[in-house]
Design a protein. Structure first.
Lengths: 337, 337, 337, 337
């Protein structure tokens, strides 16, 4: 931590800043410039409150030098995390392909899609049972019934299931029934929910919040990991910007940035990132090229009749086509589908 | 709802779009331009799924003409909502002044601040007991103990208390102990929590999400109101932008925009909007000038020792000063403190 | 300037960073933490290239401690700048009120509006002659003819005229004919234009770019001032965000932030900030409450027939009303219209 | 164009809106809903001013149905534009690879880099002579001398040269000396400059503005094309968002979106998009995967000594490596380097 003092602070001022921090077990390194004095704090500053320091009248600002995330930090855990889900690895050389409809609608629908996407190379089945909808008047998902249908699709295909949790009251059910628990973008900083899933050992697919910085996102992963659950998969799904041609703006740079900062696997959701089925293929390919560990894609047997998110869904035939191309891209990078 | 077809769609194309919507009880108005055909939908289109329509291959885009919020919409409820809390009115001509520390820290602290801010004109006491912190390693609040201390401060001063809820498991406690329940910015789209507070009758202070549009914010109010709780107070607290001089960017325009769209009261939080104590006064005054129904301000007896959010807190003396100025502004607009 | 080294850099690494900077006349203050070593640079670092330092393999990042703006910086020029234009002061206790139509359309129109706004208290007349339009097919302004009409309006009313320059080829004409030269938001970083107006002594109204930070804005003022022209007036006119209810988002905090950082006058444009005539009054009042030195407002005798920007224009009658209210607000702050 | 009237407008209101538009040669299609009446305008509405219509008291809003860009619109020009520069094609199956230093610094430097990048597969040489710098105190480029050095490098290598223009006064020189004229992000809406380069026949590399929408970007291309110059190459270089880990956020979706909307070639600048040399490779690969027609990459023989933008430059050796990988990606898409 570095404390930059206001211009022309006297020696007494410097002394008073330092004495206000005497209770911490740290030492101080004072650097007097022509205009500005800087105090470097040496030692463990984690107990120190940056904001309190900033209220000191002699202090101009406080700069944090070390990253606030620990367990998710690659510096302290250089190897990639690889998560095993029913024998399938997330974060290894094989890409993780998660596919399925926005909402589970019926047994026929989910089982038919599951079989189709499995054939094309998907290794996980996704499908919404509890749906976060902007409007209280919109379809909210089949809820518990949806989970049952997902389980049937898993029985038929062997694909592990990925679905979103919205309530802490359902954690036991999800722990028992679901293979990967998804935390949606709107709940990325629902700290109560993060703490609860941190108490389980289930793999957690943590979507990035619509306007969350990469650092905040890693801090939310940190909440889960600090609770004792190291199995976090990050999912970039587009951020909110001023551009209106796409629903969100896929932050493709986030993939290599996170690969540098953290050891956690990162996958990309090109369907939600853009809201447009035509953009799924180019963005899925770009994600693999940029180093993503996998993709999560909305596939619907009949997008025009989907109960939600039709425009961003693709058909199983289109999905099959995309998988073939992605396999070629993966190969260049020494990976497989 | 208006459906804009792709250029040069044939009559058969137009017919096929219409027949795909035959099951709804609506009529159609077709408008053929030189390039583009437009279908106007007449009747109740609320059951219709915009996104499904957009997947139709003849459709270029679908435009929503009517606003999706109903219960919070001023068109259907022209008078201002006025909410009564222990005899104090929110949304009337008298401004609502909510003040207190970021976190409840001790009985002395909260009671002392409560007495101070009451003297200066505050009508509600705020204080965090359960704190949403970006880092799991940061102070998380005194939790249940904090609520007890708030109750003590209420006993001493008579000020109704406002504090944030983060978990649905605490709703009964909050219903019993707290006068206005706050939903924080990060939980604005925690739909599970919104539904639950919608089942109570408690006034809900709904903070705007960091990157939520005004329409999404009103839709979150709609979740609470659709559940049966009409007592929603909106709180603008700054949105996330590229500017880094302030923690967030106060969207001052949101106040008159919401006053036009909705009948709900709107207050402003200048402390969180900027993260800087020096900006509290000018922004509080601007809020009143722009038509806000009140302000919520962080006040701490010793900001340099606050356990969180020190830099944005002001002292009781500064608060007193600001209140005097705000009273003058209010008077111009025919309001009082 | 502070150089933060990568974790665990050896003494040789530290030495190599320092020796790469030996050619500058600065001294070094080394602060070794448990993990991280920090080098404080003492002396004049202005010749040093931050980006080159960052490419050094031992360097994690470089932090700039001092602000890059000098001539516009309040630290080196504590008193407010007050600019005299034909006897009218900008930046003093009297508010600057600039009013007029988006575009000059005819002699009748501009003279009629000029007389109206003068009567209501405006001290400057604005009107576009050369118009920056997003589309090449839209009305581009009356150009040179527009300037002539503005001059006629000045002759009739005595109001100094404010109008936008878009081309360096017109600088001589503007110097001769115009009283305050406006640089539009889209040209805020047209450095060629900034340099040229910096060679004149004319007051320059520098609008903030749509997505420019406050620091970049001050750096553009710095371009003008470094050229020898100290007469810069800053104009906040809304920034680009995700919100769509308003055309832009007025950054009301920018006013007190700039008042802290700089000695230059700041005015607010509520018309362009929102694109809505209904929002002009509340935002103009908020601007005065937040400490602005004035406002610039679009007024048109017949907004429905304006050749551009109709929806954000107000009529002279509405303008008159707003002026009366603003006068009350100004009085509270010890200012006048 | 569609006019949505306010709720419950009477027949007289509808009639008055229509009669206000009688002077245009258009017909009207009225669609009365239960709440809202909509007027569809049939015919050529290009002369009609949307904003004037919106000031009509009966009008709620006006929706534009057709895209405002014409000459750059793929609907009216379905084939891809391919631009020939000294025998090299931009926009064909062969990728365009533009490489070189941020700034031209010396004859040795530019010629050495040019020979290196040519060897690795670059087909164009870039290098800044006139530099747009945020600070007036920063190095502004070698200016005219820089252009001379670029010409020498072209003589030695045969690579056409790409460099930025900042002033209309230099257009004749650039027309004579430079092969592709770059318009920088900060000048994307410098309409004076756009009009001037529109009068030449030179290929124009038009960078996207920091906060420009895709539509605004195409409208700036339209300015150039409307002037008579069809040779526009679009360059995505990152947009401004709240994220701070990268200098800007590369909008990878913009590539397929533009490929859908327009026939113009699109290239990507991964160096400026991120400001980080480590991110150049993943983003260059992602760009090719997403369908870009090429990339523009900063290469410097000694990034640590570059006079500007060091941290985002890569060495010729790294560039060579990236080219080999990009060639593999291009092959999958049926393209070559």
């Amino acid at each position: 931590m570095i404390i930059v003092l206001k211009p022309k602070v006297s020696d007494e001022g410097v002394e008073s800043v330092i004495s206000s921090l005497k209770q911490y077990n740290i030492s101080f390194d004072i650097s007097k410039g022509t205009d500005t004095t800087i105090i470097g704090l040496v030692g463990d500053t984690s107990a120190l409150n940056r904001e309190s320091v900033e209220t000191n009248p002699f202090v101009e600002r406080v700069m944090i030098v070390t990253e606030p995330f620990k367990k998710s930090n690659r510096k302290f855990h250089p190897q990639n995390t690889v998560i095993d889900v029913l024998g399938k690895k997330i974060g290894g050389t094989k890409l993780t392909i998660i596919a399925g409809p926005c909402s589970v609608e019926s047994e026929d629908q989910i089982c038919c899609i599951a079989e189709n996407v499995k054939q094309s190379g998907a290794t996980f089945l996704r499908g919404g049972a509890f749906k976060p909808r902007t409007s209280p008047y919109a379809f909210q998902g089949l809820e518990a019934e949806g989970i049952k249908l997902l389980i049937k699709a898993r029985e038929k295909t062997g694909l592990p299931i990925v679905t979103e949790i919205m309530s802490t009251r359902l954690i036991e059910n999800f722990e028992q029934d679901v293979d990967v628990i998804q935390i949606g973008a709107r709940n990325m900083q629902n700290f109560d929910l993060l703490k609860e899933v941190g108490k389980t050992k289930k793999p957690i697919l943590l979507k990035r919040g619509l306007s969350s910085t990469i650092e905040e996102w890693l801090m939310s992963a940190e909440y889960i990991m600090a609770g004792g659950n190291p199995n976090v998969i990050l999912c970039e799904r587009g951020i909110r910007t001023f551009e209106t041609q796409t629903r969100n703006t896929l932050d493709i740079s986030a993939i290599p940035v996170i690969k540098g900062l953290s050891h956690l696997p990162v996958i990309v959701d090109p369907s939600h990132a853009t809201g447009s089925s035509k953009l799924v293929e180019p963005l899925a390919k770009a994600a693999v090229a940029a180093g993503a560990d996998g993709v999560i894609i909305e596939v619907h047997n009949n997008p025009a009749c989907a109960l939600c998110d039709g425009p961003q869904s693709i058909t199983p035939a289109v999905f099959d086509d995309i998988m073939k191309k992605i396999a070629l891209y993966a190969k260049i990078e020494g990976r497989q589908i």
